[in-house]
Design a protein around this ligand. Structure first.
Ligand SMILES: Cc1ncc(COP(=O)(O)O)c(C=O)c1O
Length: 488
């Protein structure tokens, strides 16, 4: 591949990019890569700082609304936010160290996002996908060119962005689960065409004649791909799946990093393999690079389409554009799905795919009413432009290094509760607990001390803060975790 050796920033390279100077300086650039570490756990937050009414005695501010009770929410109502902080209607302030759930990459009420949102909303919120709009092509081009420059989907880092952008294509949806539905559908169609080519028969033969068998899908234990029927079929959690069975037939479940099982798992009948390079909901479990190379090779051998779900771990959460950007191209997927932070909380999702699989799709084979709206794509373009700035990337690197060091100290100070290794990388991190009942308690204890964190998998507290946090937010979050661990 042609290499691009210039050290110019992305914003200088990728055409159509707004100048960063046009936006308020809400990303604090750091001058240091290391801060001093404490030598004992803080005792500041052993006692709760936030008082709540008891469950069952809901405050009058909690609406008694006819909402489907699919969430067990705590008894307060969130009203507004700024940066990494969020307030409830009673005036209590929290550090949102979960960024929604890995969504608000630039924090709450970001001025640059608001400016784009207001300007675009006053011009054009929606057009049907029967017509072109100004922003979907710009965001698609930026996704393709940024991927070429930073690495992913077969491009090693520093590839010169192609002008006009080509080699990869984009489909916009409104959520993560929809992006995965689309990816699975595309892989099905590719599988049918590959089967036809190999067997010299049409895949849409009438009943009675030989039917296409290349329709099976492979996923992995502890995966989370979404709640709609197709995505749920590859979300291997009985709690989520069992009430809604039967799901899609022909789904096989493997284990992350089990190389020996690959040959039996991924076969000539497999059309799609879907995997998170770092499992988020499932417990911050990392796929090993060597295993991803082996998985890629097995997909090549049998003609299966490899899909990476980077809905939680992508878009700079690990410090690089994609979680797989820094991996060898031999580990790269054919398709990638993204959503959560792309428009900083405004709903959007997308599939990014190589031409070789994209070319199967023709007018009418897939569609959406809302996906790719001018408003979602204008915001997405702004957010991606901001996140890909080199200053932001180095801030993520520095903050992550400090946060990991502080979490490592916790594993030493609280060995009775914590597993010895901090999970994840960048700003998708997890603390593993020895007792699976403790993470939910820690989440509640942290909330009573004004910090939002999440559980993941069976035994993990998950940290997926905004990507522009600094030392102050890390210190507060970790001191509260220290207080919660002491209070257990
Ligand atoms: C890895 C992954 N895939 C898919 C989804 C589903 O995304 P959405 O809730 O936007 O449908 C999620 C949501 O948490 C996710 O973390």
């Amino acid at each position: 591949m042609h290499r691009h050796t210039s050290s110019r920033s992305l914003s200088a390279v990728v055409r159509g990019r707004r100048s960063l100077a046009a936006y308020p300086p809400c990303i604090r650039l750091l001058s240091t890569t290391s801060w001093s570490l404490p030598n004992a756990p803080s005792t500041k937050f052993v006692k709760p700082t936030h008082k709540f009414s008891s469950p069952g005695d809901l405050s009058s501010k909690v609406p008694n609304a006819p909402l489907l009770p699919v969430y067990a929410r705590p008894e307060f109502v969130l009203s507004h936010g700024k940066g990494s902080y969020i307030w409830d209607t009673e005036g209590r302030k929290y550090l949102d160290f979960s960024a929604g759930i890995a969504v608000n990459a630039l924090g709450h009420a970001d001025e640059g996002v608001l400016k784009v949102l207001n300007e675009q909303a006053s011009k054009l919120i929606h057009t049907s996908n029967v017509y072109h709009n100004e922003w979907a092509p710009k965001l698609a081009s930026l996704l393709v060119q940024t991927t070429q420059l930073e690495g992913g989907l077969g491009y090693a880092p520093n590839h010169k962005p192609t002008t006009p952008p080509n080699g990869l294509q984009v489909f916009f949806s409104n959520s993560g689960t929809e992006a995965n539905e689309g990816a699975l559908k595309i892989a099905r169609k590719v599988g049918k065409e590959r089967w036809s080519l190999k067997n010299g028969k049409a895949w849409d033969t009438p009943p009675g004649s030989e039917q296409c068998t290349k329709t099976k899908i492979v996923c992995f234990e502890n995966a989370f791909h979404g709640r709609s029927m197709g995505s749920l079929s590859v979300t291997t959690n009985p709690k989520y799946q069992a009430p809604f069975a039967p799901l899609l037939p022909g789904v096989s479940v493997g284990q992350l990093n089990d190389a020996n099982a690959l040959e039996g798992l991924v076969t000539e009948d497999t059309c799609a393999v879907i995997v998170e390079p770092i499992q988020g909901e499932g417990g911050i479990n990392m796929a090993k690079t060597e295993w991803l190379v082996q998985l890629r090779k097995r997909c090549n051998d049998v003609g299966a389409v490899l899909i990476f779900d980077e809905i939680q771990c992508g878009l700079y959460r690990t410090g690089t554009l994609w979680a797989h950007s820094s991996l060898p191209v031999e580990a790269h997927p054919d398709m990638l799905t993204m959503a959560k932070p792309l428009a900083n909380g405004y709903p959007i999702g997308a599939i990014l795919l190589r031409d070789a699989v994209a070319n199967t799709m023709t007018p009418g084979t897939h569609g959406t009413t809302f996906g790719g709206s001018p408003l979602a794509c204008a915001i997405g373009h702004h957010v991606l432009s901001r996140l890909s700035d080199p200053g932001v990337k180095s801030q993520i690197k520095n903050t992550s290094a400090y946060l990991v060091e502080r979490l490592q100290l916790l594993t030493k100070w609280f060995p009775q509760h914590l597993q010895p290794t901090v999970r994840g990388r960048g700003l998708i991190l997890g603390l593993g607990f020895k007792n699976p009942e403790v993470p939910a308690k820690i989440v509640a204890l942290a909330r009573e001390r004004g910090v939002f964190v999440l559980t993941a998998g069976k035994d993990v507290v998950r940290l997926v803060p905004s990507l522009n946090i600094g030392k102050e937010e890390v210190d507060l979050a970790v001191e509260v975790l220290e207080g919660a661990l002491k209070a257990l």
